[in-house]
Design a binder for this molecule. Structure first.
Ligand code: HEM
Length: 114
């Protein structure tokens, strides 16, 4: 498959995941929990699949250091929506963690420092 489709899927899933995560952090009402868990779960999985699709297409045969850091950011960010419902009193700190994970992942992909 043309990597451009992986790019589109990766960024689209990132937007959905980010929107749903911060919506949950802003208002972790129990009524919305099921829908949020489903949507963030699907978006998170699509990000991972498209990320590895891009790696296979653009960097065949190796796994760069910046991709490992992105993987850690992805793991942390994907956990935030669930945590928002279980630890609502930590929402402020979880939001800051989310911003940090996004920033680090973006620096990794655009600067590719290692
Ligand atoms: C929170 C986590 C992540 C964020 C915010 C993120 C964000 C992005 C963005 C904005 C792009 C650039 C798209 C473009 O320029 O068209 C990108 C590309 C990419 N991402 Fe991610 N991503 C994340 C997680 C991952 C994961 C888990 C992987 C796989 C291990 C991955 C692998 C890649 C690859 C290989 C590219 C293409 C890099 C290139 O064009 O040279 N990303 N990502």
């Amino acid at each position: 498959m043309n990597p451009v489709y992986y790019h589109i899927l990766h960024v689209f899933a990132l937007l959905v995941l980010t929107a749903q995560t911060f919506a949950a952090l802003a208002n972790p009402a129990p009524e919305g929990r099921r829908q949020t868990v489903i949507l963030t779960g699907i978006a998170s999985l699509l990000m991972l699949i498209s990320g590895f699709g891009l790696l296979a297409k653009l960097y065949p045969g190796h796994f760069p250091g910046w991709a490992i850091v992105k993987l850690v950011c992805w793991l942390g960010f994907s956990a935030l929506a669930g945590l928002a419902y279980r630890r609502p009193h930590l929402r402020g700190k979880l939001s800051l963690l989310g911003f940090a994970a996004l920033l680090v992942a973006l620096v990794m992909v655009y600067a590719q420092p290692f």
